[in-house]
Design a protein around this ligand. Sequence first.
Ligand code: GLY
Length: 471
Amino acid sequence: MLIYWAKTKKLYALDYRETAPAAARADMYIRDGKPDEELARVGALAVAVPGELAGLEAARRRFGTMKFSALAAPAIRLAMSGYPLNPHMAHELPMVAPIISKDPGFRAIYFKPDGAPFHADAILHNPDLGKFMQSLGDDPVERFYHGAIAEKIADFVKAHGGILTAQDLAGYHPIWRDPIHLTYDGYEVYTMPPPSSAGVVLEILGMLSGGDVGGLGVDSPAYLARLIEVMRQGFIDRAQYADPAFVKVPLATLLSPAHIAEARDRALHHAPPAPLAAAHDHGTSNFAVVDRDGDVVEVTTTVNTIFGAKMMVPSLGLVLNDEMDDFGVAPGVPNAFKLVGEKNNEVAPGKRPLSSMSPLIALKDGRPALAAGGSGGPTIITGVAQVTIDSFAFHLDPERAVRVPRVHMQAEPDIVFVEQSLPFHTRDALTAMGYRLKIVPELGAISAIRIRPGQLRGAFDPLKGGGAFGD
Ligand code: GLY
């Protein structure tokens, strides 16, 4: 969570990333001498200590004006009296149905009595989640992380072969951190420090800063080739990011003008191709709020992949995350997003896995000008960077900025992922330049609010549902 607080004119970063349980070990996903990545994605060993509730409550205590129970009331109402299944999720359900329909909790919510998944707009209910949220009262941290609820979660995970304990939950703490920052074409751009790798967004912006890309055309091959190459360099540097409590991340170097200039030069280099495909991320959500006082909050939240570990604690209606997959399960082994495991990001007890979540707030002349963020694993990094460039260098309105066809390059594999809406002639021009393209329906989902004096314009990516509302 990234916060701009109008009273102090300062930015605050709140890290409520999950942590590895105390019994976690670097070799916990090795079986018969070989890494078994699936164990970090599906089932009880995939579950990291959840941080969401502790983080939301830390933000509420520091900056909030309402009680927790009042804030939770609309969500409780929806869980109890029903909410429509959105078309995006209805589209995804059949693909994961063979796995999640085996889980009694998911089966009760997402499947009809005959076993078929519900269709879009069906009204779903999760009364157990409603009751659980109600039971948190105005003391959510004490009641969730200590006592009967923590025991229930730990017992459930243990019964399914996991290692998360009630002590792990009791020991969880969110961390207030200093946001990281870079000047980009006259804007002061702030985002999340490690254990997020959002510094890569700043590096991409830095490499394009002052290059007058605005004159090239937002979907011109010349601009896109430059963008692809700076993305590649940014992702090469992503390997240096990890939980700062375990690894010294050389942020001052990575974001220094000298390193950015050197990376910009390296952006001319091409590596040999590797045959891998991108994964989808449907377990992440992003939202931004600007209030009447001018405060801005930008939040990215995740259970990692779709339906997390594909397990629900049935009596709580609670989906368990598969956030352990954001660690490298072994050096050289790719995770669900084809991000290759690095030593820096290996599993260790109490460690936070490296994240791509990149909530961003940009200021102009000391006042907020843009809030942006998104979902989509590593495509968050490149998506947030592109929407920021489209807003500032190409002067696009947010509606257009979030809909411009995006490209994504993460160094490995050496493939440029391209949204299918990118015009054919542009695709052909990139192919002629020697890029291997993989055409995909969409690359993440980015939402943004453009903030100007007296005017707010919110935009969301229609591919994943969502909305923009104001009063
Ligand atoms: N779970 C996706 C991320 O944090 O990058």
